[in-house]
Design a protein around this ligand. Sequence first.
Ligand code: NAD
Length: 699
Amino acid sequence: MSAEYQVHGDVAVITLANPPVNGLGLATRQGIVDGLRRAQQDAEVTAIVLTGAGGAFSGGADIKEFGSDKSLQEPNLLSVIAAIEASPKPVVAAIHSVCMGGGLELALGCHYRIAAPGCNVALPEVKLGLLPGAGGTQRLPRVVGVEVALNMIVSGEAVKSDMLGALPGQKLFDKMVASPEALAQEALAYARSVAGTRPLPLVRNLPCKHPEGDAYFQFARNMVKGMSKNYPAPAKCVDAVEAATKRKFADGMAVERELFINLMWTAESRALRHLFLAERAASKIPDVPSDTPKREIKSVGVIGAGTMGGGIAMNFLNAGIPVKMLEMKQEALDRGLATIRKNYEAQVKKGKLKQDKYEQRMSLLSTTLDYADLKEVDLVIEAVFEEIGVKEAVFKQLDAVCKQGAILASNTSTLDVDKIAAFTKRPQDVVGMHFFSPANVMKLLEVVRGKQTAKDVLATVMQLAKKIKKTAVVSGVCDGFIGNRMIERYSQQAGFLLDEGATPQQVDKALEKFGMAMGPFRMGDLAGNDIGWAIRKRRALEQPDMKYSRTADKLCELGRYGQKTGAGWYDYQPGKRDAIPSALVNQMIEDHRKELGITPRKISDEEIVQRLVYALVNEGAHILEDGIASKSGDIDMVYLTGYGFPIYRGGPMHYAGEQGLFNVVQAMDRFAQNPRDDQAFWQPAPLLAKLAAEGKHFS
Ligand code: NAD
């Protein structure tokens, strides 16, 4: 039973006890109903207090029941609330710490509410593409007013109980207590004070109106439309709250129910729920239990103060962890330091960072030219040139000076982490920490697990990632790890499309319409086309039979590396980032087609999107087969947080499932017929073929 029942003289106390946040799972719901029954049967009891144990009143739905029928099993939340409303003895919700989602809906069903200050109050369902489905849209406007309620429901953001308690005319909290510590006693006293009140007040009986009515809801609709283009839920929240103001309570509840069920079936909500679960699952590594002891990271060393080193250092400074940065020359240190300052100063100018916070962060940063200064740090992250010889020199030095137990990490994007580990006598302490550029901004961190990386090293790095607010995903060692290994296939397809008749603009537009933050060619110009060029040159030696379009090489031969050289697939004006279609590049593409003897054909946007996205999917399936990623949700997290894949599509692997893997394989068969394409690549990965045949998804 996940709710406790105690009697304090004439007051029964039902305490939700389902750690960590008293999620309203089946056992907890059953516990509430049982507690109510016992309280009714006990003639001594005159009033009931409902509260939560530990650090929450209730955080709402139980994640463990997510997407399963268990959340609907009786007593479901609506039935629990009905039982509370029907209780002949008053039920007082004693609210503290966290009161969210179903937790708030439960409290709104109680006859009275008494709250502690500092409690986070929210209806966050919209963040999962849903709306509150147990009366939240009908009851909240009745107690805090239509506008406050709608803002909370549409944004999903938490508001402090003190702020809500101070709203003029609010009926959410019948009483605010002075401190969380005083809540239990005050709740008992309050329950006694209302024990004899009849009839008992119900939120559902309160009036609900907006003085401007239609005009206000029209305004709200316009606002929501502009802000949430690809998400249907916010507009439905407006509909539900409007129903609260225009219909009888029971009819409003029916509207809420219908809208809720419809939203449950949208692809957007499925994607958001997938993301919610995948994000939590990503931090769990199958063979590394969550109670694995962690090493303490109180200070960090960063080798190399270039593009990546500076950004990496900022992550730790922001989290209050001191950083020592090492370079070969003082000038390089000065340059790196100046860039970090410039980044922080820009934040100060924009009002995003207070001056004293900026100074505090800078005070945590020190620099050195001497490896001996790194002998006390708990973690070192290397971000020097991408050359194995340079990495070797650095790791040998680190091995010589760093204390026992220090974690030695490399930010390499392409080199073999096992090889790097072998430069030391402590390969168990070596791990890859692959940040994405700009490292102080991008959420993704690929944690590269070497053959010998110790479990406690992995557990430590995963925990640290949370501290620096990154989404960490574990990848095995392979060329390109998860993200770049897949993107190579995506770029390969983009190249073939140019040869066959598309322009960079058409390809970019199609992908951007699909929802990618940037099409492949704009992305190439931003990251630097020379990076892919270097990889293709290496590939030509290692895998000579892999097919590529030569257009990207030709572009690089012209020195058009992208924004950094002022020209790439597009032209750029000095100091600006707007991509201007380039007549020269389009001519180059046409000339190349002629050389190949290709008559250009009209290619549909649908084909463009399918070829690029399914290229990601097939390589993703190989990555799963090879054990480089342990679950498909990890691959989705990489693409959602590091590559601008649209959130509302849930990542490439989830998206493939939405399309139906059978259909994905059919499309791949069609692409394999195209003589210009890489027929070998379009052989579905065995895992993909098997799942498609079984009618299953990746997750
Ligand atoms: P960069 O050229 O901007 O910076 C490298 C810095 O390392 C330079 O300041 C250089 O002076 C310093 N350095 C070189 N050898 C050194 C040594 N022996 N000791 C101390 N300092 C030394 O390069 P970057 O873009 O920051 O890349 C660094 C690493 O990060 C590479 O391994 C790269 O593959 C990886 N990476 C880069 C990106 C990116 O987008 N730039 C993204 C992810 C990972």
